[in-house]
Design a protein around this ligand. Structure first.
Ligand code: SAH
Length: 248
């Protein structure tokens, strides 16, 4: 029989020494969400891929004390580094995209505001949304056994993200009207890194499409049906990982 899977807890930083104090939301998560008890052994991990077995020594209302018993070998990330440039979608759709892209091993999620974005975000709301997405990504890592947190950026205008991606990584723009499929484009070259750009509920404007093409993005379709934003994003991530990443 397989041993039971250990509970996994994200911690902000794994200390070099053997004991680990937790307060605030991490202690709360350990006690009330994972429902761990003193005496249990769990796995703790941080954003940079460090993982360790830790015994829960003490657990109170105010915090927890863990004793690290063994460091674990970090598991490799996907050989394909996928950056998802995602037009900010309505909250439910966006939450689903962040969760599934994290499970699928995507390296970076870059939320962008396009001309037809329904969602407008001022600086304060953008900061709150980012924290919310980071929490979703953390739980997705905890649940899926992934060791690295994807980087998630603050939402920025599409033009800014395009200007930032001037290096030579192959890049694909998900467009229902494109004359080639994403699968065909992906099969064309061996990839180590790729950028996927997915539009909002209202689709891309002509202006968005023109700027993305100027920035080297190749139009790529996902078949004859118009997919919802979240379906399109998840499918594109899965196809890329299936062709060159760790879903092969
Ligand atoms: N009314 C919009 C549909 C937007 S769907 C339009 O006709 O363009 C939201 C986003 O999902 C699109 O901008 C695109 O990036 C992606 N998408 C949806 N269906 C797709 C398909 N069949 N092929 C490629 N991308 C698709």
């Amino acid at each position: 029989m397989q041993p039971p899977r250990r509970q996994r807890l994200y911690v902000y930083e794994l200390p070099a020494d053997a004991s680990l104090e937790l307060v605030g939301d991490r202690a709360h998560y350990l006690r009330n969400v994972l429902r761990v008890k003193a005496g249990q052994t769990i796995i703790v991990f941080d954003a940079r891929g460090s993982e360790a077995l830790a015994d829960v020594v003490r657990l109170t209302r105010h915090g927890a004390l863990l004793q690290i018993s063994r460091r674990l070998e970090p598991r490799a990330e996907s050989p394909l580094e996928v950056h998802l440039i995602q037009a900010v979608a309505k909250s439910d759709a966006m939450d689903l995209i962040v969760q599934k892209a994290t499970e699928l091993g995507i390296a970076r999620i870059r939320p962008v505001i396009t001309e037809h974005s329904v969602v407008r975000l001022d600086a304060e709301r953008a900061g709150r949304r980012l924290e919310h997405w980071q929490r979703i990504a953390r739980s997705a890592c905890e649940q899926s056994g992934r060791h690295y947190l994807p980087t998630i950026d603050l939402p920025c205008p599409l033009a800014e993200a395009l200007a930032d991606n001037v290096d030579s990584a192959p890049r694909f723009l998900l467009d229902p009207d494109a004359d080639r499929s994403l699968a065909q484009r992906l099969a064309g070259t061996h990839l180590g890194v790729c950028l996927l750009l997915v539009g909002p509920e209202g689709g891309f404007s002509r202006q968005d499409l023109a700027s993305a093409h100027r920035a080297g993005f190749e139009g790529s379709s996902l078949g004859p049906r118009i997919l919802r934003v979240e379906t399109a994003a998840i499918t594109a991530c899965a196809l890329a990982q299936g062709q060159w990443g760790d879903l092969r």
